[in-house]
Design a protein around this ligand. Sequence first.
Ligand code: E4P
Length: 218
Amino acid sequence: MKFFIDTANINQIAEAKDLGILDGVTTNPSLMAKEGISGEKEILAHYKKIADLVDGDVSAEVIATDFKTMVEEGLRLADIAENIVVKIPMTKDGIKAISFFAEEGINTNCTLVFSAGQAILAAKAGATYLSPFVGRVDDINWDGIALIKEIVKIYSIQGYMTEILAASIRTPLHIVQAAKAGADVVTCPLNSILGLFNHPLTDIGLAKFLEDHQKLNK
Ligand code: E4P
């Protein structure tokens, strides 16, 4: 399973990259706004900065909602760098745009996916990645990981090539569950990635090793 970080914050991306386990980045308009990035020029420049920083794929989301403008905006985003993936919402116009980009050989990430039916449409359209939102499904008291499992099963039966990118991750446990469910990629906030390190027995064990070593090596 590939590890993407879900942020537009350069320091957090650099910190995850330094761990040596980062495979890519996802962003969305809310995450860009959180960093105070506004206006097309500034947005494109920020994506360039992120794309230069990481080796893997960087999802950059379109703001447009109609097919023609989505395509125009997506082409400008794809032009920034080879590792830019055009992120497109799951709508009728979005699916048309994903088909268009698939024909052009431009990678896409179909976002705002909440059902298996939507996942089938995105795969048929040729999306490179599919982003089912685990946390937002859990938020309404449904089962986000069950959705990942359902899509993994359908894609395996049908032989779809679209990579399942578990998104809207809220906890380290979500990451483990996404791995068990068979997600190809997980995109997470930095604190969920860092949460994977934690185990009290690791801390206790390390302290004991150092203590024993110190006894004979003063
Ligand atoms: C990533 O691709 C999504 O935009 C993101 O994971 C959404 O996460 P949220 O539900 O925590 O906003």
